[in-house]
Ligand binder design. Sequence first.
Ligand SMILES: O=C(O)CCC(=O)C(=O)O
Length: 252
Amino acid sequence: MDMTEALASFGVTETTLSEDEIRFLDERGYLPLPNLLSDAQVSAIRERVEALAAAEGAGAGAEFQQEAGTERLSNLVDKDPMFEICFTHPRVLAGISRVLSGDFKLFSLNSRASLPGEGLQALHADWHSDVDPGDFQVCNSIWLLVDFTEENGATRVVPGTHNSGKSPQTALDDPRATHPDEILLTAKAGTVVIFNSHLWHGGTINRSAAPRYALHSAFTRRHNEQQVNQKKFLSADTVARLGAAERFILDV
Ligand SMILES: O=C(O)CCC(=O)C(=O)O
């Protein structure tokens, strides 16, 4: 199995994304894909996330990261086959492939719910160093399990900054402050937003009364280490149920 075979087996072709979609992703650094999940899929996944969070309690998210004011889960590949769509959907893989030059594997698959009154993050890039424009190492996709609104902590991004060659930590005096060019990724539940992880982005405060649920399915170039090492964290049962192309994307 190689990258070309894996992408073909998931149905990714040259035309899976339109030319306009590819241009938007290249220029702005993100791309909303509406209606990727049905209402029934959104509800089922959100219920599973809530049940896992309740079952894992204080340890939830520990495989990768815990964050005050949020409920995080990690290692979701191992926790239910329903999450397989997050690393096999052809429209998502086509976008990831575009950003990562057709050379990638899963970085991590996590969930993040910002709780009422919480969730503000500094603008950041999800990589430890600045990269030259085009030399992208990580690309994320955020799967909306509730509508993202002006009030409930939608992710903010500063369009085009993935091509600045700088990260907010080095370029900005105060990465927590509102950036004059930032926009909120407001969209309906069931939308997936692909975003280049070198695009300046971050969570915002959830001013609603309910948690803001989303999944993060992130990918990295194959020579990099995974954020959550799938060889370490996947059970033998999980690996056994996956096909060859899935195992290739997960690098197990
Ligand atoms: O969930 C969000 O809105 C963004 C989260 C994020 O950027 C992160 O946790 O690194």
